[in-house]
Design a protein around this ligand. Sequence first.
Ligand code: SF4
Length: 215
Amino acid sequence: MNIMTKKERINEIIKILNEEYGTDFKTYLEHNNAWELLVATILSAQCTDARVNIVTKDLFVKYPDVYAFAKAKQSELEKDIYSTGFYKNKAKNIIACANEVIERHGGEVPSDIDELTKLSGVGRKTANVIRGNIFDEPSIVVDTHVKRISNLLGLTKQQDPVKIEYDLMKCLPKEQWILYNLQIIAHGRKICIARRPKCDECVLAGVCPSAKIKK
Ligand code: SF4
């Protein structure tokens, strides 16, 4: 790796990620409003976005708004979302979450991170998806890929997702926050795979302190 300042190295990482993975940050979960994205994100846990989109196509017709979800019968909602997996928990959380959004926020999904994470079924990751996509509040979603690869790239030394989020917010420019998550997920799936990173094929090898290149 060439001698570079940390800032130069981060700028280079961003440039390479933008070139390799693009700068389109549209979410793959189909939705028409904040509530629908919240439901889709809850359903996406342990499930592909493609499967969630198939399920929500009919689901959002049957339950057109947060009030309809609040009144849903749990056993029926379980059947409606069965194919997304973990359907009992997801149905319970969605109904509870709908009632909380109505009681605490007049039926509108809040933008505040603390209010979002108080809702049933909504962790910091889901909250950041909503903030980034609906409210244009830049946020960094720290999932397993972001946690692992940010450590490998030397952008954080933390293991706690909230501490990683703060480290990344300090070193990455705001306009890169949402993109960074999407690009690193793509990179983690394709190249920097856990336990067998393909450093020889990695576009970041020249700026990665953890690169192991076979000679
Ligand atoms: S060089 Fe290796 S460890 Fe570093 S990001 Fe690329 S694949 Fe991961």
